[in-house]
Design a protein around this ligand. Structure first.
Ligand code: ARG
Length: 290
């Protein structure tokens, strides 16, 4: 019997999200297995899907801000990769692919104009693509983009214990394609707005995307995690954004949606199929300013 269904209150934590309009979104180069250099992208459809995501966030109480898109940077829509922001401190990005490197400066310009200092990492680091705050820990992916050396740099910067996780399947090249945080009590303080107790940090993930040692780490840290199937993971179901109650999720991840519903979450399906052609989904398009 799913105890969490009746006992855990699911309290939404209002978020501040930074996104980038897909005016210049395209697939011009292939830097992950989802991308075909000649793939046709329906820019108008991508625009409508993106607007739907923005509307869904706002309708559920979240603040959305946008970075101006830049011609010639087709992956700039994937705002998650540009930084990790914790307690107002911005750890910027250094991209693996040369094609994406100029994006760091564009986001840095936005953050500076918004009043933030931006730390520029020395090591390769793709922001929230590979870094996920989960309660007392920072979960950090490596294997394809962000390096182990960057994990050390990010831990030194934030002083948050950083747990390195080895990704092993090229389809799940960023941590946020294989895992997302359902509840993060660390982000909003100890208790809810109304003083209600918050659930402990919990996650959903696809175990086979990780090395066996990393699977064991996740099993120890999150014994109550939601385990996703390969099918749901391939449908970008783990590239989701949760506010602790609502989970903005790809509609094709039907099994995962079902599991979340049984745990008392409220799935909000948003279809970003055009973005899947570039290997991205809901979370990739969303930078959370904590
Ligand atoms: N085409 C982009 C890349 O391969 C997609 C990035 C998706 N972002 C993410 N946070 N997973 O870099």
């Amino acid at each position: 019997m799913p105890t969490s269904l009746s006992t855990t209150p699911r309290v939404a934590r209002p978020g501040r999200y930074l996104l980038c309009e897909p005016r210049h979104f395209a697939v011009h180069y292939a830097i992950n297995p989802w991308m075909r250099a000649d793939a046709q992208v329906d820019t108008a459809l991508a625009g409508r899907q993106w607007e739907t995501l923005v509307r869904a966030y706002r309708e559920h109480g979240h603040t959305v801000e946008t970075v101006p898109p830049v011609a010639g940077l087709p992956d700039m829509v994937f705002a998650a990769n540009s930084a990790l922001v914790l307690a107002g401190r911005v750890f910027g990005s250094r991209f693996h692919a040369p094609e994406r490197r100029p994006e760091s400066t564009e986001y840095e310009t936005w953050f500076k104009a918004a009043g933030y200092d931006v730390y520029r990492p020395e090591e390769l680091c793709e922001g929230e693509g590979d870094l996920a705050p989960a309660g007392p820990f920072l979960l950090a992916g490596t294997g394809f983009r962000t390096t182990r050396a960057a994990h050390a740099e990010v831990q030194e910067f934030f002083g948050v214990p950083t747990i390195g996780l080895q990704l092993v399947d090229p389809y799940f090249y960023h941590l946020d394609t294989a895992l997302f945080v359902l509840d993060d009590p660390g982000a909003g303080g100890a208790g809810g707005e109304d003083g209600a107790p918050r659930p402990a940090a919990n996650i959903a993930y696809y175990p086979q995307a990780f090395s066996s040692g990393s699977r064991e780490v996740l099993r120890r840290l999150f014994p109550d995690a939601v385990i996703a199937t390969r099918e749901d993971a391939m449908a970008f179901g783990l590239n989701s954004v949760s506010d602790g109650r609502h989970v903005f999720i790809a509609p094709a991840a039907v099994g995962l949606i079902d599991q979340l519903t049984h745990r008392g979450y409220v799935p909000v399906p948003v279809d970003l199929s055009e973005f899947h052609k570039a290997g991205g989904g809901i979370k990739c398009c969303t930078q959370e300013i904590r």
